[in-house]
Design a binder for this molecule. Structure first.
Ligand code: COA
Ligand code: AMP
Length: 633
């Protein structure tokens, strides 16, 4: 694989078609593609238009056929239950065939959407692969989202089935999923025929309570036991493998659509070029299957290359302690680990010298990959010194599906610079532009944009809404995709990603929309207007803070208002929003045209130099807010 980064990057720029067709040959096709890129609907591009495949054949069947059926495909390590179980490739294939057969028997087939709302248990992986086996389109929803968020995804994707479990286990409590699913179904539009439940012991609600409902509530084990194994259904390369909802600039989540052949090709390529993972290696990605990192690097990529993947149910700290990642590395002989900066900061806070982690034998570990939010230099150095392996910051998004910038361990031995995810990955032509779309000089911050077409694996559209896809990402700068991040490139072509330019915030590596939180706050009867901003947080990266102006004449105690809006955000968005702070103010700073100056508020709160636009309506509003935004100033 090691061909040198610059040579490989240049090859992908010079002849993308030849480059990506060569990569596509590494996965299994029913009909191998003869052309790489379809430009006929530009700016909507698609990859390998005449190829057909079933992704599960590349991820499962071919490893079994090659005599590797006994190799471990999946390790399920639950710190919450204190259990470990393993599935060989043959066993995982068997489970997937059976569950796909059960879905097929329920009439679910190609193009049908299946919503998956599962905690970190093997059934999540099996359900995703079972959908892929049939050409059904899965949409996984993170367990920390509230029923309302679940309902909005059901309304957009219109799934025929929901696959869920009795519940999820958090350190502080058990989360009952069945009432949440029922509530979401009551709030949504009635597309769902079947609710399939994987039983877990220790939860208060049982399937029997839901038999009177309009949907059929079915037991996973029962329907799988009766099913005949389903074979792989070939689909066009461009067929959607999944829809994954992510926070956008408005409250409504965006359904990122991932194709099949382009994604499989890109992931397989990334495992060689970036992650340097091969058959026999073990990858431990400490994320959640509800996020893109989980889709790509817990489920699909490790299996596509015949490696072992570790599915971890637990936290980086407190389950039982900050040494748990070390235990997992030692016990499962992990070669490649992937986590979020927040997790490293949480470990460092709980165990400053890292003794709990390094008490374990970490000899198998070759590298640590870190993504989800900016990896601050301090945390980078901490991890590097503690683990004594390359620490690889990689920058990407739900939309891209795989890293846009990373230090490509499989291609080269490039220098790593703290604070930078290194250089653009072959296939991504990354540039920095100013607000007018002009290139900016080296070292100067601007919008990070990517020249079209995006490489295989990146989103092809938003579910059911090509126009929203174009309006959101492609219409601001002709011929480019706007990432929504700002940053700069240094003289060596290293990218530094500094933060979002929109209202997306990153709380503990979870992507959230402050706009969605504002919608919730604004619906409180005492609130006239509000702003939610993400302020820097030493542990979580960012945390949401709300500022509300009360309706005139309304009197409500600050404590009561806070308790009520915090509960509302929890109810409407979910505990994962981690919304805990709100202040009542007499006015919000605005421009003369009425736009709230959130960016200025954020700059003040983060202790940065701040610019007050000349169009400000009333400068005294900002002056009054400063002591609140920047206590002690
Ligand atoms: N289901 C239900 N609720 C969940 C949940 C899930 N899957 N995940 C989190 N929550 C809840 C938590 O229970 C908590 O609720 P509480 O307010 O009632 O206590 C709330 O959401 C916030 O949780 P969390 O973000 O986990 O914060 P924390 O302070 O409990 O833990 C960390 C801090 C750093 C340990 C944790 O955020 C973490 O592991 N982050 C890494 C995230 C990650 O890997 N992201 C993937 C990016 S690649
Ligand atoms: P998500 O879609 O949830 O993966 O979140 C994507 C966003 O997280 C990006 O647009 C960035 O703002 C941020 N992000 C992810 N990885 C990094 C990274 N390595 N460095 C800086 N920001 C990152």
């Amino acid at each position: 694989m090691a061909q040198g980064y610059r040579q490989t990057y240049a090859a992908a720029v010079k002849d993308p078609g030849a480059f990506w067709l060569a990569q596509a040959s590494k996965i299994q096709w029913h009909r191998a593609p003869s052309t790489a890129l379809d430009e006929s609907r530009a700016p909507l591009y698609s990859w390998f238009p005449d190829g057909t495949l079933n992704l599960t054949e590349s991820a499962l069947d071919r490893h079994v056929a090659a005599g590797r059926g006994d190799s471990t495909a999946l390790v399920y390590d639950s710190a919450m239950l204190g259990t470990v179980s393993r599935y060989s490739y043959s066993e995982l294939l068997g489970e997937v065939e059976r569950f796909a057969g059960a879905l097929q028997a329920r009439g679910i087939g190609m193009g049908d959407r299946v919503l998956i709302y599962l905690p970190m248990i093997p059934q999540a992986v099996i359900a995703m692969l079972a959908c892929a086996r049939l050409g059904a389109v899965h949409s996984v929803v993170f367990g920390g989202f509230a029923p309302k968020e679940l309902a909005s995804r059901i309304d957009d994707a219109r799934p025929v089935a929901v696959v869920t479990a009795s519940g999820g286990i958090e350190p502080s409590r058990r989360i009952e999923y069945l009432p949440a699913v029922a509530q979401a179904l009551d709030m949504s539009g009635g597309s769902v025929r079947d609710v399939i439940v994987s039983h877990r012991d220790g939860f208060g609600h049982a399937l029997a309570e839901y038999t009177d409902r309009a949907e059929n509530w079915l037991d996973w084990e029962e329907i799988a036991a009766q099913a005949s194994p389903a074979g792989p259904v070939p689909v066009p390369s461009t067929h959607p493998l999944y829809v994954l909802y992510t926070s956008g600039t408005t409250g409504a989540p965006k359904g990122v659509v991932r194709d099949t052949g382009g994604y499989a090709t890109a992931l397989a390529y990334s495992m060689g070029a970036i992650f340097d993972v091969r058959p026999g290696d073990t990858m431990f990605t400490a994320s959640d299957v509800g996020w893109v990192v989980g889709h790509s690097y817990i489920v699909y990529a490790p299996l596509l290359v015949g490696a072992t993947t570790v599915l971890y149910e637990g936290k980086p700290v407190g389950t039982p302690d900050a040494g748990v990642f070390g235990r997992i590395i030692e016990r499962h002989q992990v070669t490649t680990m992937f986590t979020a900066p927040t997790a490293l900061r949480a470990i460092r806070r709980a165990d400053p010298d890292g003794g709990l982690w390094t008490a374990h034998d970490l000899g198998s570990l070759r590298s640590l990959f870190v993504a989800g939010e900016r990896l601050d230099p301090d945390t980078y150095h901490y991890a590097r010194e503690l683990l004594q392996v390359p620490v690889v910051d990689n920058w990407w998004q739900t939309e891209s599906g795989w890293p846009i910038a990373a230090n490509p361990l499989g291609l080269d031995n490039l220098e790593r610079k703290a604070g930078s995810p290194s250089t653009p990955v072959p296939g991504f032509n990354v540039q920095i532009r100013d607000a007018l779309g002009e290139s900016v000089p080296v070292g100067e911050e601007g919008n990070i944009v990517i020249e079209l077409p995006l490489p295989p694996g990146a989103l092809t559209t938003l579910w059911g809404n090509d126009q929203r896809f174009i309006d959101t990402y492609l219409s601001q700068l002709d011929g480019y995709y706007m990432t929504g991040d700002s940053g700069f490139m240094d003289q060596d072509g290293y990218l530094f990603v500094m933060g979002r330019t929109d209202d997306v915030i990153n709380v503990s590596g979870h992507r959230l929309s402050t706009g969605a939180m504002e919608q919730v706050l604004a619906s409180h009867q005492a609130v006239a207007e509000c702003a939610v901003i993400g302020v820097n947080d030493p542990l979580k990266g960012q945390r949401p803070v709300g500022y509300v102006v009360l309706k005139s004449g309304v009197e409500i105690a600050a404590d009561r208002l806070k308790a009520e809006v915090v509960a509302m955000v929890r109810e409407h968005i979910g505990a994962v929003a981690d919304f805990r702070e709100v202040s009542v103010v007499s006015a919000l700073p605005k421009t003369r045209s009425g736009k709230i100056l959130r960016k200025t508020m954020r700059q003040i709160a983060d202790g940065k130099d701040y610019q007050v636009p000349s169009t400000i309506e009333d400068i005294s509003v900002i002056e009054e807010l400063i002591p609140l935004l920047r206590p002690g100033s």
